[in-house]
Design a protein around this ligand. Structure first.
Ligand code: GLA
Length: 735
């Protein structure tokens, strides 16, 4: 990664240029108002004052008819006071309807390394605005805004967001939507004049969160076309927009979505926005790898080999019986599983999903000797022990709800007909109430210590609806709840060093870059069907590297979709993340267990580079085929998968190419079978002779040797297979 370069052009013509990781951001402060971004894109060698000033001048628009009499001064927080008639970056007011239109003047600019802070004030409106931008070595720009009420009466904040200008040539939007069991559906739209606004009002990140909203020139893809992206690192409500105005300006914007009355700033109080991550890249794969590398550079990023996990949910659901759970542990240990997770159903009164949430005490009827007989057993087999919690949730049928009805979130009171609509029979506990949060911290920490719990699956199975604070007359409290959630996680982690936590929310309902500052992996989806998982993981990879995504092998018959899948496709699909199993292994036959054991061993052999390498998603030759892979950091090894999505019109879908390899390196490309070979596979000539089975591989073919250049330019003929199959290719550089 490149060294940071920061250029500031001096007090009279203040232009600040941050350059790092192949990206440049040029701020112009010449208006003396909210700074403007004069350029955000690929790194520019524009370091002297004259060039910087010329760069800014070059972008000043000409006067057109019936428009403000001076060029627009709207900045990164665009304001009506600066002549902006689009979506404002700041909305708020004081009693009597005053101070609703702020006009800030720039008081201070502090530049340090690849970071800049702007301090602005509007003395007459009684507001101070601080803006900070940090450009990471990977080219990820973290932006944050903070508003302080310097006046003498309360200020009602409605919205504080930031915007980033993007070129008009970026005429297509790519973001994600989704639902339970089918998260991260990609959608593309044309940028039209007006505002394309996406809101998340779920009180969690949401199945339909945009992840990162990208714009680029129509047709941009994993390997081609510059992109500009924006992500809101927040697990509550959020807004993201792409706005194109008739004046010829186009911006990407984001904010926290504040509910009515949620933020009332008393004199001297401040509101801090979430961190917004802005990312420019030459193409989507580069964007993905920038975020992956940034995540990996964090001191808190998991560094130990990711333990292959068994989660017992789809094996036993609420039917907790020690002998069966121990038997599952035996089988798991035998086939190489390293972490065992007991899911929902272990705590007081929790026989199904109607009762018990909130009562985080081991159920004495089901577990008369506590969890020790299982936890110790699992540890004795050399595996880690994990436990499921859903701390922020409460069933009305629980001792906790009966004892503290005012701890339930509600906009109107604690009576049953005043509570928010039930969702999975549950309500939300207001964890911003300190005794409620302390109760949870105490319960979790003492159970972790008592049973030497290594890992928590932290669930969150409903949206926050009418999420008010009863102790404040029902005031909306999603913002406070979200911050309290982060605080609770940190509090627990501080007291339980080494504890790992998974962010689960009915699958992938709470996945964002902020929740990952407090947790160690995410549960990608409750749908473990490999066909669906191929899509979900391909899409989520845009934000997260493999080691942070829980990818499991389920039973042959998917509990979510009813589809049957063979082990070749289930194993090859789970391989690409933090691998695990979620299947009643006591019912699996010996051949299935042998194959699963082989997949686990194969994953362990390759996980070091799968969890540190570069993601590549080459352009598919045909929409029925997907190719993707991970290349080791030194480019000497790679694993790719060829996936047949459906039967297409072509008998052979032409040639597929690789990407991300060393041009001049020579690679042996070997088709590898683990457990069994993909169904319906027809070997093309380049497969060569069949290869003998080894301990880790059931066989495959000798393969072909070609240079990286030839593999990336000329490619190889697509091997025909039945639909919904996955073929693995192992690449090893020779010599
Ligand atoms: C959610 C999770 C599942 C499982 C159940 C338990 O749906 O996503 O994996 O833990 O809760 O109730």
């Amino acid at each position: 990664m490149s060294e940071p370069k920061t250029t500031s052009s001096g007090a009279d013509t203040p232009v600040v240029h941050l350059m790092r990781g192949g990206v440049s951001v040029v701020f112009s402060c010449r208006s003396g108002l909210v700074p403007q971004i004069a350029y955000w894109g690929a790194a520019l060698r524009c370091e002297d004052t004259d060039s910087l000033v010329a760069l800014v001048d070059g972008g000043v628009e000409a006067f057109t008819g019936n428009a403000p009499d001076q060029p627009s001064t709207a900045g990164v927080v665009p304001l009506p006071g600066d002549g902006w008639t689009g979506r404002p970056g700041l909305s708020g007011w004081r009693e009597g309807g005053i101070d609703w239109s702020a006009r800030f003047t720039l008081e201070q600019v502090k530049v340090q390394e690849a970071a800049v802070r702007f301090i602005l004030a509007d003395a007459s409106a009684g507001l101070q605005l601080n803006l900070s931008y940090d450009l990471s070595p990977e080219g990820l720009l973290a932006a944050r805004a903070e508003l302080t009420n310097t006046g003498s009466v309360p200020y009602f904040l409605e919205e504080l967001g930031v915007t980033f200008p993007v070129p008009l040539s970026a005429d297509e939007i790519l973001n994600r939507t989704g639902r339970w069991g089918r998260e991260r559906v990609e959608q593309r739209q044309k940028v039209a004049l007006g505002c394309n606004l996406k809101e998340g009002r779920h009180g969690r990140t949401g199945f339909d969160a945009p992840d990162m909203t990208f714009v680029g020139r129509s047709g941009f893809n994993f390997r081609e076309g510059q992109v500009w992206g924006l992500h809101t690192a927040f697990s509550g409500n959020h807004r993201t927009w792409v706005e194109k105005l008739p004046s010829g300006v186009q911006v990407l914007g984001a904010s926290e979505l504040l509910l009515p009355g949620e933020i009332i700033l008393q004199p001297g109080q401040s509101y801090q926005s979430p961190v917004f991550y802005a990312l420019h890249a030459d193409y989507l794969d580069q964007a993905a790898n920038r975020v992956h590398q940034w995540l990996r550079s964090r001191p808190t990023h998991p560094r130990s080999p990711r333990p292959v996990t068994l989660n017992v949910w789809e094996a036993v659901y609420f039917d907790h019986r020690l002998p069966k759970l121990q038997q599952l542990a035996d089988v798991a240990a035998e086939i190489g599983i390293e972490r065992y997770v007991l899911d929902d159903g272990w705590f007081k009164g929790r026989r199904d999903d109607h009762a018990g949430l909130g009562d985080w005490f081991v159920d004495e009827e089901v577990w008369p000797h506590g969890l020790a007989p299982l936890a110790d057993y699992v540890h004795g087999l050399g595996m880690q022990f994990g436990l499921w919690f859903e701390p922020e949730m409460v069933n009305e049928d629980s001792d906790l709800a009966r004892a503290h009805p005012q701890w339930l979130m509600s906009a109107r009171g604690a009576e049953s007909d005043a509570l928010p609509v039930r969702w999975r029979n549950q309500q939300v506990l207001n964890i911003a109430i300190e005794p409620a949060r302390e109760y949870l911290a105490e319960r979790v920490v003492s159970l972790v210590k008592q049973y030497n719990i290594d890992y928590i699956k932290w669930d969150h199975n409903r949206d926050l609806i009418e999420a008010g604070d009863q102790s404040a007359a029902g005031q909306a409290a999603v913002h406070r709840q979200t911050l309290a959630f982060y605080r609770l996680l940190d509090q627990i982690k501080e007291q339980c060093p080494g504890l790992e936590i998974e962010s689960c929310s009915s699958g992938g309902g709470r996945i964002d870059l902020q929740v990952l500052q407090h947790t160690d992996r995410v549960w990608v989806s409750d749908c473990i069907d490999p066909v669906e998982r191929q899509s979900i993981v391909r899409s989520l990879s845009q934000l997260l590297p493999p080691e942070l995504m829980g990818t499991h092998v389920a039973s042959p018959h998917s509990h979510t979709t009813g589809r049957w899948s063979n082990m070749a496709s289930r194993g090859a699909t789970a391989l690409w993340g933090h691998m695990g199993v979620e299947w009643d292994l006591t019912g699996a036959d010996p051949e299935e267990l042998r194959q699963l054991g082989q997949w686990i061993a194969f994953h362990k052999l390759h996980r070091a580079f799968l969890h540190s390498g570069t993601l590549v998603r080459p352009i598919s030759p045909d929409r029925t085929i997907w190719v993707s892979g991970v290349v080791s950091p030194d480019k000497n090894e790679a694993l790719f998968q060829v996936v047949t999505r459906e039967r297409g019109a072509l008998a052979v879908a032409g040639k597929f190419t690789f990407a991300g390899l060393g041009q001049a390196k020579k690679y042996l490309v070997r088709p590898v079978f683990v457990g069994q070979q993909p169904s319906g596979l027809q070997a093309p000539k380049w497969f060569g002779a069949p290869a003998a089975a080894t301990e880790l591989e059931t066989g495959g073919y000798e393969g072909i040797t070609l240079t990286g250049e030839a593999l990336m330019q000329a490619g190889l003929s697509v091997p025909p297979m039945h639909p919904e199959q996955v073929l693995l290719l192992h690449l090893q550089a020779k010599g």
